[in-house]
Design a binder for this molecule. Structure first.
Ligand code: IMP
Length: 191
């Protein structure tokens, strides 16, 4: 089975990738005793994912996968975008509070989550993008999830990502959609 290194040690992400990339053995930097510490200096999700995939390939010598994702709010010109994790300078609660404040009195609350995944094996760069559309709520609707989940009312689910079960979210999420598209490009089922 072909080995692929994922630029994340996050257990949830790892499980999702392992479930989808059937023909591959997905390992993490931690499994290989590696630490990947790169600055995400790109202007786009693609740029940042490529920076991470390249760095991981150079370090591990193995085909590498990296993703980058975030929330893009139409009324804010696509912000917080690539700055989603560091929008407020604090954690998830501060990010959510800052977003609600930025949208105070704003009627058009349309937004989408976007995820770009890049595969790099030293020769080929293969990438795929997935999006999930919805609207930003006027208050936190929280039962779980992370990041902006409690504020994102999904068009697909008709509930917030914070209220959705893991399975519901994984069926339609930006990450799942990007991963499905990438899997097709890699021919993962046929390996
Ligand atoms: P990452 O690139 O997957 O680490 O995501 C960067 C940031 O985007 C996270 O820290 C969250 O703030 C936000 N984000 C990305 N995906 C999601 C999601 O599915 N739900 C909520 N927030 C997300």
């Amino acid at each position: 089975m072909k080995e692929i290194v994922l630029a994340s040690n996050n257990k949830g992400k790892l499980a999702e990738y392992r479930a989808m990339l059937k023909g591959y053995s997905v390992v993490t930097p931690k499994d290989l005793g590696l630490t990947v510490d790169v600055e995400e200096t790109g202007d786009t999700f693609y740029d940042n994912a490529l920076i991470k995939a390249r760095a991981l390939f150079e370090l591990s010598g193995r085909p590498a996968l990296a993703d980058d994702s975030g929330l893009c709010v139409d009324a804010l010109g696509g912000a917080p975008g690539v700055f989603s994790a560091r929008y407020s300078g604090g954690g998830d609660a501060d990010n959510n509070a800052k977003l609600l404040k930025a949208l105070d009195g704003v009627v058009d609350r349309s937004a989408h989550f976007e995820c770009c995944i890049v595969y790099y094996d030293g020769n080929d760069i293969i990438s795929a993008t997935g999006k999930a559309y919805g609207r930003i709520t006027r208050e936190l609707c929280d039962r779980g999830g992370f990041g902006y989940d409690p504020l994102f009312l999904s068009d697909d689910l008709n509930k917030t990502f914070g209220e959705a079960s893991e399975a519901e979210k994984n069926g339609i999420s930006h990450r799942a959609r990007a991963l499905t598209a990438l899997m097709d490009l890699l021919g993962a089922d046929n390996v």
